[in-house]
Design a protein around this ligand. Structure first.
Ligand code: SF4
Ligand code: FES
Length: 322
């Protein structure tokens, strides 16, 4: 085991553990945000730079600080490493800059976006966003497209995190979409707008950190915070049948996987409980589910209602305008 100190808290982890996962072992606000890393998807991470942290000492053997901030999702800990996340002003300022970059092209259409309330970029914008934009050029724009009859792609909102590509690679038997082109032309596409029509394709909706991939059976039906999330299970031959059904009265408005506090699908009985398309899109009748009880949403987000802890640095920056 190796010892690492993150924001003055010591933790012991297996060699090879990343800084992000060591921080998750501690929990709370020591944990850096992650827009592209997803622990259940192999190879994810290293794309968005929201998880940057400061390494104040590299290791016991070489205690020099690392000159640049590092991506905590892809940097392994070393014995004696000292890491700063919430205790570093540099990290805070850089995260604000990354947020500003991500928002260059991402539209501020939260009032009409189905992801509002669950969007990681909305949370990041709330905590680090600036009131205005310095960007004068035109934003890149794409027409929304249908990817089959159940999934809508709003490429304008995509932050190119690659999570949906990894889902298609690792969960379905034939990936028919990917990221085409480079730079500001890069876009998620099936090229010929084919349906993504395999049993687990709907999971791209659950992993998308923003509102780029949304559920067409739920779009514009309700704001998520008006719905009651309930843990539910069903007999399913394709998946474990363990989901969250989002209800208004007796009606099921949408079905999602069970997400943990990092917005990732939980493990149940040692296996990640991805849900199949039949459970997600076709079982909207209460009689098809065994409702187990209310689901507590413990994510640090609008959906968790009244759980925003406003960072005093944010408040002072707003007041001073810096
Ligand atoms: S569509 Fe969503 S999940 Fe896919 S790359 Fe874009 S932001 Fe990531
Ligand atoms: S979560 Fe680390 S770079 Fe995106």
């Amino acid at each position: 085991m190796v010892k690492v100190i993150i924001d003055d808290i010591e933790v012991e982890v297996e060699p090879g553990t990343t800084i992000l996962n060591a921080a998750r072992k501690i929990g709370g606000d020591v944990v850096p945000p992650a827009m592209c890393y997803y622990s259940k998807l192999q190879g994810s991470g290293g794309k968005c730079r929201t998880c940057l942290v400061e390494v104040a000492a590299g290791s016991t053997a070489d205690p020099r600080p690392m000159p640049k901030l590092v991506a905590s999702c892809s940097t392994p800990v070393m014995d004696g490493m000292i890491v700063k996340n919430k205790t570093s002003e540099r990290v805070y300022d850089n995260r604000a800059a990354v947020t500003e970059f991500l928002l260059i092209n991402h539209p501020l259409d939260c009032p009409i976006c189905d992801q509002a309330g669950e969007c990681h970029l909305q949370d990041l914008g709330f905590e680090h966003g600036k009131e205005g934009t310095r960007y004068e050029e035109k934003r890149r724009t794409f027409d929304p497209i249908d990817i089959g009859d159940k999934i809508k792609l709003h490429m304008n909102r995509c932050i190119l995190c690659y999570r949906c590509v990894y889902v298609a690679n690792q969960l379905t038997d034939k990936r028919v979409h990917g990221i085409m082109h480079r730079g500001d032309h890069a876009e998620i596409s099936t090229y010929i707008e084919q349906a993504i029509d395999n049993d687990f394709s709907g999971n791209v909706i659950d992993v998308c950190p923003v509102g780029a991939l949304t559920d067409k059976t739920f779009r514009f039906k309700s704001r998520v915070w008006f719905l009651k999330p309930m843990e539910a299970s069903c007999e399913c031959t394709k998946c474990a049948g363990k989901a969250v059904v989002w209800m208004f009265g007796d009606e099921i408005y949408r079905v999602t996987g069970r997400k943990d506090k990092y917005g990732e699908i939980e493990d149940i009985d040692g296996k990640t409980a991805w849900i199949c398309n039949e459970c997600r899109f076709d079982k909207k009748d209460k009689s098809q589910w065994n409702i187990e009880g209310p689901r507590v949403i413990n994510r640090h987000s609008v959906i968790a209602q009244n759980q925003y802890l406003v960072d005093e640095r944010l408040e002072s920056k707003k007041l001073t305008g810096k």
